[in-house]
Design a protein around this ligand. Sequence first.
Ligand SMILES: *[C@@H]1O[C@H](CO)[C@@H](O)[C@H](O)[C@H]1NC(C)=O
Ligand SMILES: *[C@@H]1O[C@H](CO)[C@@H](O)[C@H](O)[C@H]1NC(C)=O
Ligand SMILES: *[C@@H]1O[C@H](CO)[C@@H](O)[C@H](O)[C@H]1NC(C)=O
Ligand SMILES: *[C@@H]1O[C@H](CO)[C@@H](O)[C@H](O)[C@H]1NC(C)=O
Length: 596
Amino acid sequence: MLKHKDMKKLFLLVVSIICVQEISSLSSPWSWECINEACVKKETQPGQEEKAISLEACQIFCSEESGLWPKPNGVINVSKILVPVDPSLIEINTRRLGSLTSEAAKLFKEELIRRAPTARDVGDKGKPLSINIFHTEPDTDKLTLETDESYNLVTGIDDKGKLQVNITAPNFFGSRHALETLGQLIIYDDLRNQLKTPIFLNITDKPAFPYRGILLDTARNYISVDAIKKTINGMAASKLNTFHWHITDSHSFPYVSKSRPQLSQYGAYSPRKVYSQKDIEDIVDFAKVRGVRVMPEFDAPAHVGEGWQKTGYVVCLNAQPWGTYCVEPPCGQFDVTKDGLYDALEDIYGDMVEQFDPDIFHMGGDEVHFTCWNQTKSIIAWMAQKGWGREEEDFAKLWGYFQDTAADRLFKKVGKNIPVIMWTSTLTKKEHVTKYLPKDKYIIQIWTLGNDPQISELLEEGYKLILSNYDALYLDCGFAGWVTDGNNWCSPYIGWQKVYDNKPKSIAGSRINQILGSEAALWSEQVDSTSVDSRLWPRAAAMAETLWSDPSNTWREAETRFLIHRERLVRRGLDADALEPEWCLQNENECPIKKV
Ligand SMILES: *[C@@H]1O[C@H](CO)[C@@H](O)[C@H](O)[C@H]1NC(C)=O
Ligand SMILES: *[C@@H]1O[C@H](CO)[C@@H](O)[C@H](O)[C@H]1NC(C)=O
Ligand SMILES: *[C@@H]1O[C@H](CO)[C@@H](O)[C@H](O)[C@H]1NC(C)=O
Ligand SMILES: *[C@@H]1O[C@H](CO)[C@@H](O)[C@H](O)[C@H]1NC(C)=O
């Protein structure tokens, strides 16, 4: 007869045998080994199961910078010993820090539990993880171009056997990046169903450029709130910090303005394809916890149309043949001589300032067609009354008048001057720019070619620039035409390699300090909620490393880590494009074409 105690022991023994069998029957015959700086697949020999190494574990030791993306721009020391972590025993001390930090800590925990929901089955083998976050500056919840996003991350085992992590950063925007880095260093061992992390870490890191953005156009096609949130999740995973929201255009006006609701009533594609005040608040908060500012763009005086029908402020609305009056249908441009227009703009700016609390604002300002204004009788009469002519310089003056008046209305609503971003255009040409867009007020966003002489002209004049040169950063290029057959205007498709190698230094040279950063743009003529992920990702993440790490290497050296990051984005719920057969991820260095 077995005693009760012994029966319990036997029961436990049987259960653990079953568990072990279950794990070994789930596990794979394959193990990975780091050979010549590449993870190589090897069959596990009988009796060597204990030593089998999962692919993710191998990558931490074998990949350059431990598989991190973007790679740290500072000192990195990662131990080669992994310890299991119990995701149910994570404790994050954010005492005396703002609510953003505790929300970010909560997200970090949830992400780990989502990654390995059943890892708790082996939880008794995992170590508790205790994270302390220290901020060295007074807490702020507003990201600006001056915000220090640096951090230090140190891990060690404390005297109670707990894995302790200390994160020290000036502020929340640094410490959330540290959590992101730590999360990337907690890997899933699929041979053992365990989360694991290096026993010792010491990483000091900071971004090379303060402005690291994605532009999303939600006016050519409507993009759902959920799809926008997924985009922001991808940005957080890649340490991008600015979601530039091109929220209106001539095609539709989905932005619900509190003071001018008629605009979205007339201008949205449908009553449901709008961004309500609640939607915007939701997106702004969602982004902030992920270290991302949401910057609105209210594009003017061109790129307006739908929504403005009842106001009388838009001319050339859907004018045909459109090629004469604008770059794509439907045409539309403000009649900038109407005083009432500026009151409407002031109201819209006021709504946006209240909702977005912007530290920088985008006023658009691209693709104004002078032919439209030149064929509008009331505008010509207004100009004649002022004694102006009808040549390019006169229309530039008219545009300058609009820009000045509109910017004043914006500053009035903000309560002070804030930096305004404008696209390159006729107005940013050498002969106009210093007259109408003074450099202490305006930042210029480049969307011409990376070798456009205008870039060095603007730099020499002292302007600060953001780079979105379309030959490397327009992610809508390379699909079919839509106003005709063939390919769209900026074809071919831009591969991630070209995005990665678009280095600000090679564009700006010695005036690199005037480059605030870059932005990948996704114009939405041919994309909507169904395909936004695959257009943006993982390519936008290639730019993210170029901006964060300012690497001197080319895309080739970054390739393995980039494939690892693509898998990470997919795990985070993004439908990021596949770049290569998965075989190439599992058989590193076997796919690149060899020079003979
Ligand atoms: C990394 O940290 C370990 C443990 O503290 C230390 O022994 C080693 O010298 C460090 N390596 C570098 C390159 O700093
Ligand atoms: C974390 O910081 C605390 C308090 O300064 C310190 O006692 C502890 O040793 C640190 N732990 C690690 C792993 O650096
Ligand atoms: C981490 O690295 C920094 C810079 O290399 C060094 O000054 C610091 O002492 C290191 N901290 C630990 C805990 O090893
Ligand atoms: C505007 O129209 C007038 C009259 O046709 C023409 O002389 C002038 O060159 C036009 N201006 C521009 C900028 O095209």
